[in-house]
Design a protein around this ligand. Structure first.
Ligand SMILES: NC(=O)c1ccc[n+]([C@@H]2O[C@H](COP(=O)([O-])OP(=O)(O)OC[C@H]3O[C@@H](n4cnc5c(N)ncnc54)[C@H](OP(=O)(O)O)[C@@H]3O)[C@@H](O)[C@H]2O)c1
Length: 322
């Protein structure tokens, strides 16, 4: 039985991934900052504490792992992006990567591959983003690096020169040195994860309970999303398929506009709803700089991952929300 060590395995993606790995007969060890009293207990599942500030962990978990999946990082959403919060967002990822990199260098181990989360925040906003629209700037969005609208971001595109672009760059670079220890490295630039258990979908659903379908800004911004079950299968493929190497966009092949996602969600819940536009300026007041997260349009390509032979079980938004 092979062992998968998952950092941040207690989170939304980690919990779903753990269940799938256990069902596939892997041992799973979750590296966590603290053991939670109501942590899930199952055969072949263990927890181990690491201390990222002090850069310490149990050497045995590194020695016994065949694969490492690196998900740890404080949430990008939820709290305003103050200077302190931004530093936490970066540090939680970069410093945890450093502990993995150093552990693989210093502790004898048999780890074959490391798979790290990254995010489509790498790419920034495409030309459909309201703040960058032709009407307001008279020219295409500079961060999309190309001409025209609805441009599709691919893995070879440079990082955006904004907070999330910089965060993703530092995050990816911080885990790169594992290749110097001879490990295969896969980085999954993940889109908005759709899960009934939490994350963005839970937030989209809240106003629907009151019959309001909230369309953010002009609603035209493109959301590159992925169903959590597909993402979990992608992580498993990344550890099992030795030909996978480097960066892949973890997004479905059919991104949708914010308006389409909201309306489809309302329809899938078979509720009476009134569509209400929340103007961009209100979102900017409420969320501050973080409003870019909900107003930004990012059309991200799934071509490379589809090229590996990966088949999406939830390729369309109707299937994902059904
Ligand atoms: N969900 C999405 O839509 C999405 C999209 C793109 C990328 N991602 C990335 O994928 C990864 C997993 O996402 P998720 O949705 O499962 O996140 P999540 O639910 O927030 O879980 C992340 C885990 O990271 C650990 N963590 C939290 N704060 C930390 C800190 N300050 N230092 C070190 N570890 C910390 C926590 O584990 P412990 O408390 O057990 O230590 C937590 O369970 C994240 O890095 C996220 O940025 C997610």
């Amino acid at each position: 039985m092979e062992t998968v060590l998952i950092t941040g395995g207690t989170g939304l993606i980690g919990r779903a991934l753990t269940t799938a790995l256990l069902n596939r007969n892997y041992n799973v060890i979750i590296l966590s900052r603290k053991i939670n009293d109501n942590a899930s207990m199952r055969n072949n599942l263990a927890y181990s504490i690491w201390n990222i500030e002090e850069q310490t962990l149990d050497a045995n978990v590194i020695a016994s792992a065949d694969f490492i999946i690196h998900l740890a990082g404080t949430s990008v959403a939820g709290k305003r992006w103050t200077r302190k919060r931004k530093q936490e967002i970066i540090n939680s990822r970069v410093n945890s990567s450093r502990l993995i990199v150093d552990s693989l260098k210093n502790i004898p181990n048999k780890v074959k591959a490391v798979v790290s989360a990254s995010a489509i925040g790498w790419y920034g906003a495409d030309g459909l983003t309201p703040a960058f629209s032709e009407a307001s700037t008279g020219k295409p969005n500079p961060s999309s690096g190309g001409e025209g609208w609805g441009e599709v971001f691919e893995e070879s595109d440079p990082p955006a020169k904004d907070f999330l672009g910089n965060t993703c760059k530092e995050w990816e670079e911080s885990i790169d040195p594992v290749t110097q220890s001879g490990k295969r490295l896969v980085k999954l630039r993940t889109g908005i994860v759709l899960s009934k258990d939490g994350g963005a979908l839970k937030e989209f659903l809240k106003p629907l309970r009151f019959g309001i379908a909230t369309i953010l800004g002009n609603g035209k911004q493109v959301i590159s999303w992925i169903h959590i079950d597909d993402l979990v299968q992608l992580y498993i493929k990344a550890i099992e398929n030795e030909s996978m190497n480097g960066v892949y966009n973890a997004v479905s092949p059919n991104p949708v506009s914010n308006k389409e996602l909201t309306i489809q969600l309302a329809k899938s819940r078979k509720r009476f709803y009134i569509p209400v536009h929340i103007p961009s300026f209100i979102l900017k007041i409420i969320l501050g700089e973080m409003s870019v997260e909900v107003l930004k349009s990012a059309t991200v390509s799934a071509k490379k991952i589809v090229g590996t032979g990966f088949v999406f079980n939830f390729p369309t938004i109707v299937a994902a929300l059904g």
